[in-house]
Design a protein around this ligand. Structure first.
Ligand SMILES: [Zn+2]
Length: 308
């Protein structure tokens, strides 16, 4: 990997500034779960945004030195996150003990709740939450989110930094006020237009999961998230990443309808047993299976990464 940072003194200063800035932002969050987020990039002041060495729409975090790595000539996109928000919903459901890791819910392919019908491509049968992450089961999360308030969901979205910029002030949308409502399905499935994170925030979310970096969350919760993402990349919604098995990727897909077509994301990290990089790939057209997953796979396989 090319190293963008050349000034260690500036880097240190920026690093400390970042830590101080972050410290203030994370006070008073629920359950005293103050995060130790990735400090703001030490070297963003030296690298012009969009001046990276690749052109594919993939944003990365180098976990060894807390640096964001940017593609060349790409504005940072934001949009509906789709099923990426199942990671946030799963965190909230487990931490609030609304669901246990071993509890199974049944997916018969669709379910109608509160007058709204949610679909999966096929019936998944009985699933635990870990399996529901790996297979991205809408019916599972629609049922589970019935017990989760919007307010609670958004508090966990804050813990993942979806309400704060990452690395630069790229556009994103986060609700200005928390509606005090039920249920939270539209948020948990990433389909509420009031929540539209950008690619850097989503790469940071993957980095936080990779390093279990939100203080106060239980080991069991991290275990479920990480195992669910490994499942996705081995025999779930991102199973095409098997072709990149040597990188040992954990991942989560997200697809949303966009006019007559789809847009998609893939977030993840690797290697799952010693994470060195987190990433977020964005496909402006196509489902995750058609577009974001193959894009990320080609991108990751075409380069040498500093992994063990
Ligand atoms: Zn399902």
């Amino acid at each position: 990997m090319q190293d963008y940072c050349t000034s260690s003194a500036l880097s240190r200063r920026q690093f400390l500034k970042g830590l101080l800035a972050w410290g203030g932002l994370w006070v008073g969050l629920p359950k005293e779960a103050a995060a130790r987020p990735i400090p703001e990039l030490a070297c963003t002041h030296r690298q012009q945004p969009g001046s990276g060495v690749w052109t594919e729409p993939v944003w990365m975090v180098s976990l060894a030195d807390n640096r964001y790595l940017f593609p060349a000539n790409q504005a940072v996109p934001h949009g509906l996150p789709g099923s990426l928000m199942k990671l946030v919903a799963a965190t909230a459901l487990l931490e609030e003990k609304l669901l246990s890791p071993n509890q199974a819910l049944e997916c018969r392919g669709s379910i109608t709740l509160n007058g709204q019908t949610f679909h999966c491509q096929h019936a998944h049968g009985k699933l635990t939450i870990q399996e529901a992450i790996g297979l991205s089961c809408n019916v599972f999360f629609a049922q589970a989110a019935n017990t989760l308030s919007i307010r609670r969901f958004l508090q966990y979205a804050q813990l993942y930094g979806l309400n704060t910029p990452a690395a630069q002030n790229a556009s994103f949308i986060f609700p200005a006020e928390f509606a005090n409502g039920h249920p939270s399905q539209a948020y948990a499935l990433g389909l509420n237009r009031n929540l539209q994170p950008n690619a850097l925030q989503l790469a940071r979310m993957a980095a936080l999961i990779a390093r279990r970096e939100i203080r106060g969350l239980h080991d069991n919760t991290w275990q479920v998230l990480q195992q669910g993402m490994r499942l996705a990349a081995s025999r779930g919604t991102a199973s095409e990443l098997q072709a990149a098995a040597r990188l040992r990727i954990a991942a989560k897909t997200g697809t949303t309808v966009h006019g007559n077509t789809f847009q998609s994301w893939l977030v993840g990290y690797f290697p799952f047993d010693n994470p060195r990089y987190a990433f977020c790939a964005r496909a402006a057209a196509g489902t995750a299976k058609e577009a974001a997953v193959p894009l990320a796979q080609r991108f990751l396989l075409a380069r040498q990464w500093d992994i063990q």
